[in-house]
Write a protein that binds this ligand. Structure first.
Ligand SMILES: Nc1ncnc2c1ncn2[C@@H]1O[C@H](COP(=O)(O)OP(=O)(O)OP(=O)(O)O)[C@@H](O)[C@H]1O
Ligand SMILES: [Mg+2]
Length: 219
């Protein structure tokens, strides 16, 4: 890469400006600006119910926004690790079957994705038999197999103990550095965001007024 291209500002993978989502007669959040560029780690922070999951889905275009704008780079490939496993834990779903839920990947690519999160020795047990930490790493592997430009992690360390959480954090950082993907990481942990993030956005839960916003840059 030339010095010139390094100096120019990177094109954002996703950029949201002044976004807000209104559902069931109330604003869930308003006035959120968010930008993730390749290689950067950006945290989306807030208490329970502040609107983090809704905001991430809005930034990815999975749900409609009610104000503001979102730009995503063309043909952006997103690896999304949702907060909750969308399939019932009572389903007889095996590890390798879960890895095929978003597409048909060759066994070698599944091995490589499992390897990258340290689950190469797991075999093919039912997903319900995994520990919390193993399940989070499996969900990460199923996002990584798509070779995403942008990795979106919705509280990836929930239900994981401190040691497991440290392992997960190091793993996510290593993946970001080796693949140069952008990472949007949803968390409650402001301290972690301040320590580890290139940037962070804080959502504050409050009653958002039902009025047009007067932004300082608006005329
Ligand atoms: N489609 C919807 N209709 C009505 N209310 C909704 C809808 N989606 C989300 N909400 C509400 O918006 C609020 C924010 O939800 P969201 O799941 O985004 O919060 P969160 O910050 O991710 O919380 P947590 O930390 O618990 O995961 C909640 O009060 C939720 O009930
Ligand atoms: Mg959430």
């Amino acid at each position: 890469m030339s010095a010139d291209s390094q100096a120019s500002s990177p094109v954002p993978l996703v950029r949201a400006g002044g976004i807000g989502v209104r559902r069931a007669g109330r604003w869930i959040f308003r006035e959120v600006d968010l930008e993730v560029v390749r290689g950067n780690l950006v945290f989306l922070i807030g208490a329970n119910g502040a609107g983090k999951t809704t905001c991430a889905k809005a930034a990815l275009g999975l749900i409609d926004i009610d104000e503001g704008y979102v730009d995503r780079s063309p043909s952006l490939c997103v690896g999304y690790v949702p907060q909750r496993l969308a399939v019932s834990p009572t389903l007889p779903l095996s590890v390798r079957r879960l890895m095929q839920l978003t597409g048909r990947f060759p066994a070698s690519e599944i091995d490589s994705a499992l390897n990258s999160v340290g689950l190469e020795r797991l075999g093919d047990p039912p997903v319900v038999n995994l520990s919390g930490g193993e399940l989070q790493r499996l969900l990460l592997a199923s996002a990584l197999i798509r070779k995403p430009d942008l990795l979106v992690l919705d509280e990836p360390d929930q239900g994981v103990d401190v040691a497991g959480s440290d392992v997960l954090h190091s793993l996510i950082d290593a993946i970001r550095i080796s693949t140069d993907c952008g990472v949007l990481w949803i968390s409650h942990d402001l301290e972690l965001a301040m320590k580890a993030g290139d940037d962070f956005v804080v959502l504050v839960p409050h009653e958002h007024e039902d009025r047009p916003l007067s932004r300082p840059d608006a005329v």
